[in-house]
Design a protein around this ligand. Structure first.
Ligand code: TXA
Ligand code: MG
Length: 316
């Protein structure tokens, strides 16, 4: 019996399994089993009206979960899946309300992780899976993070090693023209615009993806963001002078490495009982957009933002 055999058995009997993905770990249940999906919400402590993403094994399965798949969705699915991209498409009639939060759309993606892809191929159906953290905590990027949040509450944790991308998938609403990014993530706006050969709608106003609250991406300690290393060191020195336990998050200009380490670092800040973290914002390019988005939300959520809205970040 492999771990994947065990996971299949649990999922087929209506259980809940934490699954590795390339972005963050997910908390998965059979998307066609209402009671199982409800258990995911109960374990996370997530409000019932927050929709969850359906994970499938291939783009061909879009037609099982969506009705009238928009051409842009096909283009993006065929180019980016498996990969860190979630497409919002019109739901098929069979999709449960508990999955969509009663909305007319459903979020779908094919994750790029070999264990979870094998699981999905053998399972055949869809797995409804939000990030495998307790509601309001930072998303998990290792099996140990999942166990720290949910040990005892889930039936099985499938350990697939550290999530290589480290931040959640990009969410693109394909039901509007032009399509709109609702959450910057592992695939950049520039990649998507190149694939579609046109511009995306500007992201403005409050996000239409429910549940993207500031607190979702925040550790318990205060988060302060600064544009440069020098400014971060100065702010940290001021906070230390005021008696605070502070550390600086400054992984340098490599936005891929920054995204990989971000959530683990924020979790360790809480384990170390820091009062505050001062994070240097990465450049607004590539995965830097997603990292900036999460850091600015975390900072706004903890009243620690130096610049809560960041006009230099078009995808933010
Ligand atoms: O990378 C990811 O996307 C990870 C891995 C596990 O796949 N999943 C993830 O799920 O981040 P979750 O539930 O933590 O965040 C999904 C976001 C939520 O803000 C949810 O409200 C939004 O996607 N969402 C899902 N379906 C939606 C829909 N039909 N309409 C609007 N927003 C939707
Ligand atoms: Mg989440």
């Amino acid at each position: 019996m492999t771990a994947i055999d065990d996971a299949l058995r649990v999922l087929r009997s209506g259980g809940v399994v934490a699954i590795p993905t390339e972005t963050v770990y997910g908390l998965a249940a059979d998307a066609s089993d209402e009671a199982a999906v409800r258990r995911v919400f109960a374990i996370k402590g997530r409000p019932a009206d927050h929709p969850v993403i359906v994970h499938v094994a291939s783009a061909q399965q879009l037609t099982e979960w969506a009705s009238d798949v928009p051409p842009v969705a096909w283009t993006l699915a065929l180019a980016c899946w498996p990969g860190p991209l979630t497409l919002l498409v019109p739901r098929a009639a069979r999709v449960l309300d508990v999955v969509t939060g009663g909305r007319p759309t459903v979020g779908i993606r094919v994750p790029a992780h070999p264990m979870t892809l094998e699981l999905l191929e053998r399972f055949g159906g869809g797995l409804a899976a939000p990030s495998a953290n307790r509601f309001g905590r930072v998303s998990p990027t290792t099996a140990a993070h999942v166990r720290a949040d949910l040990a005892g509450a889930v039936d099985l944790v499938l350990d697939g090693g550290p999530s290589p991308v480290g931040v959640e998938s990009t969410i693109v609403d394909c039901t509007v023209d032009p399509p709109q990014i609702l959450r910057p993530g592992g695939i950049t706006a520039a990649d998507i615009e190149r694939l579609l050969g046109g511009e995306l709608a500007a992201t403005s106003g409050p996000s239409r993806a429910p549940g993207m609250l500031a607190a979702h991406y925040a550790p318990r300690c205060r988060v302060v963001v600064e544009p440069t290393s020098a400014r971060a060191q100065a702010t940290a020195a001021e906070l230390r002078a005021a008696g605070k336990a502070v550390d600086v998050l400054d992984p340098g200009p490599d936005t891929v490495a920054y995204a990989q380490s971000l959530y683990g670092w924020l979790r360790s800040a809480d384990e170390r009982r820091l009062d505050a973290v001062v994070a240097v914002l990465p450049p607004a390019e590539g995965l830097g957009h997603a990292v900036r988005d999460r850091l600015l939300r975390a900072a706004a959520g903890s009243s620690g933002a130096v610049s809560p809205t960041d006009p230099s970040d078009p995808a933010g």
